[in-house]
Design a protein around this ligand. Structure first.
Ligand SMILES: Cc1ncc(COP(=O)(O)O)c(C=O)c1O
Length: 408
């Protein structure tokens, strides 16, 4: 294995054309698209149009003339096509945290008399915090269970189970089909957090029979910092999902301006208030980067990229106290590789100084994310060589790399 091997993979890469759809500075290898995706070239023009034509010139008429009102549902349908959901079940808006609160509450309210809400004690903090908040509000007991150990906890007391499809730290992809089926066998409802799955691997929400799902759009969907999240409600729950945040955009007839809230009978009931239009228009343009791209091709390249990293770690980093935390089995791997090592924070900073951008997850993980649309194998090879140099030459010991910033 050498750089030539990586270059040959680039030469036969069917997704190679997509890199040009992104603005990426020379000399940077961006391995953090699982935190904030790179900027698609389609975005600045769309934002300029949003500001100069839609906002400045068309003003308030844009709600009708430029389709602002329909945008949350229109983007929702675009995302639905990427997560195996039929139209009319996904809405775009608000943050993942807000959507978790909305859908966890609705799920538990659909199972009255059941007193337990299950979350994963290893999942991203906001998923756990919101589960706790919903538990407190509805008088439920929140139980933390690892997705691989769910079986014994699925009693008739469980109202809902909420897991991330991919573990944000280890990159483990869970057995979504088996888990969803087991949850349903127990009579409970299933919510999937797709933050680390959407845009990175094929998801088949309808086929899974998933009840609810949420996800963010600023990672593999490249929607930009703070771009709005999405919520999926399976069609069978659309008329009875009792969502707690009853903003006027979710009303059956918002412009009737009635005193009492009556939810829309469609996915529109999951709207809350006025959405962040500029961010949403940026996201709409960003999704064009997936035009003509098959999710299966993304998955194939994602696995080849992560295979390359794991092979390199096994052969070249063996003496560097580095261990691969991410599962080796393809069917259990998301689109990232987490490497456990001493001084992971300092190593991450030293890599950034060399133009290789990954991130650190406490206490000891260097997390490298792989966005197949814009990564080249040869660049990944160069990043790995840089990692080896940082580790073997002790570069990470420089005092400036130990300084902790607010965001790690
Ligand atoms: C699994 C998961 N859920 C939620 C979030 C973030 O939620 P929010 O978009 O509300 O900040 C993240 C962020 O990285 C995440 O990894």
């Amino acid at each position: 294995m050498d750089r030539g091997f990586a270059a040959r993979l680039d030469a036969s890469d069917p997704l190679a054309f997509a890199r040009d759809r992104f603005e990426l500075a020379d000399g940077i290898v961006y391995l953090d698209g699982n935190s904030l995706g790179a900027m698609p070239r389609s975005v600045p023009g769309a934002l300029s149009d949003a500001m100069h034509r839609q906002w400045a010139a068309d003003l308030i008429t844009s709600w009708n003339a430029n389709g602002w009102w329909e945008l949350p549902g229109r983007i929702g349908d675009r995302i639905a096509a990427m997560i195996g959901a039929g139209e009319g079940q996904v809405i775009c808006g608000d943050s993942t945290s807000v959507q978790l609160f909305q859908l966890l509450t609705a799920a538990c309210r659909l199972r009255p008399g059941r007193s337990v809400l299950i979350t994963d004690g290893n999942s991203f903090p906001t998923d756990q915090y919101l589960a706790d908040a919903v538990g407190r509000m509805l008088g439920l007991t929140v139980v933390r269970v690892h997705p691989n150990n769910l079986g014994e906890y699925l009693t008739e007391d469980v109202a809902a189970v909420a897991f991330s499809m991919v573990d944000y730290r280890t990159g483990e992809l869970f057995d979504a089909a088996g888990i969803t089926a087991a949850v349903h066998d127990s009579g409970a409802l299933m919510l999937w957090d797709l933050c680390h799955a959407v845009g990175a691997l094929p998801v088949a929400l309808d086929d899974l029979g998933s009840d609810f799902a949420v996800g963010c759009t600023y990672k593999y969907l490249n929607g930009g910092p703070g771009s709005p999240a999405f919520a999926y409600i399976a069609a069978r729950h659309l008329t009875n999902a009792d969502l707690p945040l009853t903003g006027w955009h979710g009303h059956r007839a918002p412009f009737d301006l009635e005193q009492q809230f009556e939810p829309s009978a469609t996915i529109e009931r999951a709207r809350i208030g006025t959405p962040p239009l500029l961010s949403m228009l940026a996201l709409d343009a960003a999704l064009d980067a997936f035009g003509g791209v098959d999710m299966a091709a993304i998955r194939t390249k994602s696995l080849a990229l992560t295979d390359l990293v794991i092979m390199y770690a096994d052969s070249e980093l063996a003496g560097c106290e580095v261990s691969v935390v991410t599962p080796r089995a393809h069917e259990r791997r998301g689109s990232q590789v987490a490497l456990r090592m001493p001084h992971a924070y300092e190593v991450c900073q030293a890599l950034i100084a060399r133009g290789v951008i990954g991130d650190f997850r406490a206490p000891d993980l260097l997390r490298l994310g792989f966005a197949p649309l814009y990564l080249r194998y040869a660049d990944v090879w160069d990043a790995l060589v840089a990692l080896r140099a940082v580790l073997t030459e002790g570069e990470f010991r420089r005092p400036e790399f130990a300084v902790r910033s607010a965001v790690t």
